[in-house]
Every structure is written in structure tokens, then in C-alpha cells.
Design a protein around this ligand. Structure first.
Ligand code: ADP
Ligand code: ADP
Length: 230
């Protein structure tokens, strides 16, 4: 069962064609790692999946609904079901960790403060940061901030998680703790699309590798196949 269907996706900026013609599916529970050289269009591609970037041509269907035909309000509604994690965490610096997690659920869903707190605490526990609930993000390490960012995305109870180079801004010693949280999510059955340079993660966690270069997905293969050829 496809959660996301990408059909003939193209993205141009003025006369630069970044994505040329991409047709792929993301199935329920699949972990897809998008890899490829810098400038290949990976980040642009990921941002087209939740319409942070508007495709120039083609369709992106989320659970059967073509996002490219929707107005901004309806896109926002569906975007809530696609959690996104960025390279630079993007946490709200003037809110505590738990306030970061509670903000969107309280705003969008009609849930009580108690319920939002309970969910936030459960998620912080899951990423190993319950004891940091009441501190401000800037007092945390990069690895801790990124784990908070993942928990914050999960607080909306998304169907899919999109990761844009989630470990690229981290000191090397913090990469492992973030990848571990992502691996746990994958083991829980989360559908994930991960743009990454972490080949170890791609090899051991991905169900499928999409190799992107020159605006195309040049190869789509299981990791064993992908990493076995020269
Ligand atoms: P990757 O994530 O694979 O490194 P990107 O998607 O970030 O690649 O970028 C692909 C190409 O698209 C780059 O040449 C980049 O400069 C260009 N690009 C990305 N965003 C824009 C934009 N808003 N306007 C013009 N060009 C852009
Ligand atoms: P990253 O590689 O972390 O995605 P980039 O430097 O590629 O960072 O892009 C940062 C921001 O700048 C993005 O919003 C992207 O769309 C925009 N951008 C990238 N390249 C260009 C460009 N050539 N012209 C205009 N905007 C760009």
C-alpha cells in the first residue's frame, strides 16, 4: 500500500531544472534512504513531498490525495501527517523543550493541556530526554536538540516522517544517539524518507535506497543490492 505516490515530478527554479522526472512510491512502513552527491536535488525532492516546495510539474499523492491541487489550508492539514526533521533542528528557542512539543498539538488538535503534557512526556521518554523537559533548547547539545526535534514531529502523530540530513550539523560523537532514535522509529514501523550521507544507517536500516543524481532517481534498490555493486 502506497502512502506517497510521486508521479512525473519536476521542479524548476527559473531556468534551472533541479528535479527532472521522478516517479516513485513510498509504501506503508517502508524506510527509504535518499542518497547522492551534494546539489543532486535531494533536499528539494524531500520538500516537494510535503509541498514546502511547489512542484513545477507532476503529482504528489498522499494517501491518495493529490497535494498539488489543494489550497494552502488543505495542504497544511495534510502536512500535519508528515513530520519533518531538518538539519538545523529548528526548535523554538524561547520555549522550553516540553513547550516545543506541546505547541502544535494544542493549536491544531482540540486536546487538553494534560493530554498534551502526557503525550509530550511519553515522547521525551522515548528519545531519552524526559529529564530535560523544562530546560530551553539552547542549553542542550546538538544531538539532544535533534532528538527533541524528532519528538516534536512525533507529537503530531504523523503517518510519515521526513528527515533532511538529520545528522549533518552534528559533532561526530552525537550522530549515533540520533541515528539510534531513528532506528527505533523504523523498528516501530514508521514510514520514513531519510536524506542522508550516513551509509552505515542506509545499509542497515533502509528497506530501499534511492540514489539521486542530476535531477533523477538513477537507481532504486534494496541496500544489499545497492551496496554490493562496484
Ligand atoms: P541536495 O540536497 O542534493 O544537496 P538541493 O536540493 O539542496 O540538493 O539543491 C539542488 C540544486 O537546486 C542546487 O543547485 C541548488 O542551488 C538549487 N536550488 C535549491 N533551492 C533553490 C532555490 N530556492 N532557488 C534556486 N535554486 C535552488
Ligand atoms: P541545504 O543544503 O542545507 O539544503 P542550501 O544552501 O541548499 O542548504 O539551501 C538553503 C536554502 O536556500 C533553501 O531554502 C534553498 O531552497 C535556498 N537555495 C539554495 N540554492 C539557492 C539558489 N541558487 N537560489 C536561491 N535559493 C537557493
Amino acid at each position: 500500500q502506497a502512502v506517497i505516490e510521486i508521479k512525473g515530478l519536476q521542479k524548476k527554479y527559473d531556468d534551472t531544472v533541479v528535479l527532472k522526472d521522478i516517479t516513485e512510491d513510498v509504501k506503508q512502513g517502508e524506510v527509504i534512504c535518499v542518497i547522492g552527491p551534494s546539489g543532486a536535488g535531494k533536499s528539494t525532492f524531500l520538500r516537494c513531498l510535503n509541498l514546502l516546495e511547489k512542484p513545477t510539474k507532476g503529482q504528489v499523492l498522499f494517501e491518495g490525495t493529490d497535494l498539488t491541487t489543494l489550497n494552502e489550508k488543505k495542504i497544511n492539514g495534510l502536512r500535519e501527517k508528515m513530520g519533518m526533521v531538518f538539519q538545523n533542528f529548528n526548535l523554538f528557542p524561547n520555549m522550553t523543550v516540553i513547550e516545543n512539543l506541546k505547541l502544535a498539538p494544542k493549536k491544531v488538535k482540540s486536546i487538553s493541556d494534560e493530554e498534551a503534557t502526557k503525550t509530550a512526556q511519553d515522547l521525551l521518554d522515548k528519545v531519552g530526554l524526559l529529564e530535560k523537559a523544562d530546560v530551553y533548547p539552547t542549553s542542550l547539545s546538538g544531538g539532544q536538540q535533534q532528538r527533541v526535534a524528532i519528538a516534536r514531529a512525533l507529537a503530531m502523530n504523523p503517518e510519515v516522517m521526513l528527515f533532511d540530513e538529520p545528522t549533518s550539523a552534528l559533532d561526530p560523537e552525537m550522530v549515533g544517539e540520533v541515528l539510534k532514535v531513528m532506528q527505533d522509529l523504523a523498528n516501530d514501523g514508521m514510514t520514513m524518507v531519510v536524506v542522508t550521507h550516513e551509509m552505515g544507517f542506509a545499509k542497515s536500516v533502509a528497506d530501499k535506497i534511492w540514489f539521486m543524481a542530476d535531477g533523477y532517481i538513477q537507481e532504486s534498490a534494496d541496500p544489499e543490492t545497492f551496496f554490493s555493486h562496484p
